[in-house]
Design a protein around this ligand. Structure first.
Ligand SMILES: Cc1cc2nc3c(=O)[nH]c(=O)nc-3n(C[C@H](O)[C@H](O)[C@H](O)COP(=O)(O)OP(=O)(O)OC[C@H]3O[C@@H](n4cnc5c(N)ncnc54)[C@H](O)[C@@H]3O)c2cc1C
Length: 307
């Protein structure tokens, strides 16, 4: 109930307009968002690099309203790519298809991604298409499987959500085409006929798909903070004597930093997803929906730090 309410709030643009100008709300966001500028994001990535942890940068924003806005967002992502290269960071970005215009025109979206991927390929980097709500699953997979993956191969990857009933079939197809997949549970509010309403089913499916990816996948990313699943992944790779450089763990900026460092210290590859930019409201609300206790946690920190 709380999760549903917070996710509903995440879609209310009027609330964001109010919060964006509110200093306390902006401080609140800093727990999960690196800042509003590219420099904030690359500084966070450099700090993680110092601990041996890799990064993927996400310029926040989704569902642009017109073609010009999608091209504007594309140019901003292009700047992020250039900045990472200039700063000596391995180029790695995560991009939402609706930010590149998917909900307006799939051809426009493909053109925007093609421009970005040409540069990513020149720089020997990587671009991941984030996965959004189920209204975009099929169009995102079509874009990836029919256009971007055939052209850019291992420079581009996609995301599969274990919450969706369709995901076991999607995973098998993606394994066959040697695509690079990030596995997540799924952060969006979905109807029961499309997604499992029961969290136990989401977790069970995550484990099943994770094991398929760890044994047959191409450089899979296991993206979770769930300790039971992370332990399971570690025992699977130990049992199969799979080398640590053939998969990676991924976590979100500001979430379970202790676990990020522990996994890295144990010799695993770890990548942190670093969101930044002015459009932080829907992202922040999805993080709060995952763990409503975060609201109390962040407020407590702000009071301790004297707001
Ligand atoms: C690198 C990365 C990329 C992602 N990309 C996408 C994407 O493209 N599309 C998409 O739909 N979703 C994406 N997600 C979000 C994902 O779907 C989940 O919503 C999110 O990861 C929480 O699920 P969990 O696997 O950590 O498990 P949960 O069962 O939700 O949490 C397990 C434990 O992790 C900790 N935890 C989890 N979330 C939080 C939090 N917000 N604050 C504090 N502690 C927390 C808690 O200790 C919790 O008990 C991504 C997640 C990661 C890590």
């Amino acid at each position: 109930m709380i999760r549903r309410s917070i996710l509903w709030l995440s879609e209310q643009r009027r609330i964001f307009r109010f919060l964006r100008s509110n200093t306390i709300a902006r401080r609140f966001a800093r727990r999960f968002v690196a800042g509003e500028t590219v420099a904030d994001a690359t500084a966070a990535a450099q700090a993680l690099a110092g601990q041996g942890i890799a990064a993927t940068l996400d310029l926040l924003g989704e569902s642009v309203q017109d073609a010009a806005a999608s091209v504007g967002a594309r140019d901003q992502v292009a700047q992020v790519i250039e900045q990472m290269a200039q700063d000596g960071l391995a180029v790695n970005v995560s991009v939402k298809p609706t930010q590149m215009g998917l909900s307006l025109d799939p051809d426009l979206c493909r053109q925007n991604f093609t421009v970005l991927l040409k540069r990513v390929q020149e720089l020997d980097g990587f671009l991941r298409l984030d996965m959004e709500g189920s209204a975009y699953t099929q169009t995102t997979l079509d874009l990836f499987e029919q256009h971007l993956h055939p052209t850019f191969g291992d420079h581009v990857g996609v995301v599969i959500q274990s919450a969706l009933r369709r995901s076991p079939d999607d995973i098998e197809r993606l394994i066959k085409r040697r695509a690079r997949v990030r596995l997540v549970k799924g952060a969006y509010l979905e109807p029961d006929d499309i997604a499992f309403p029961d969290k136990a089913d989401v977790d069970r499916t995550f484990q099943q798909l994770m094991e398929r990816l760890l044994s047959e996948g191409n450089d899979p990313a296991i993206a979770t903070h769930d300790e039971t699943l992370l332990k399971r992944a570690q025992s699977t790779v130990a049992r199969d004597e799979r080398s640590n450089d053939r998969f990676e763990f991924q976590m979100l900026y500001g979430v379970r930093r202790d676990l990020q460092s522990r996994l890295r210290a144990s010799g695993y590859r770890v990548r942190v997803y670093i969101p930044f930019g002015t459009q932080w409201y829907p992202y922040l609300m999805r993080r709060l929906a995952e763990r409503p206790a975060n609201i109390a946690f962040i407020l407590g920190n702000m009071i301790r730090e004297g707001i």
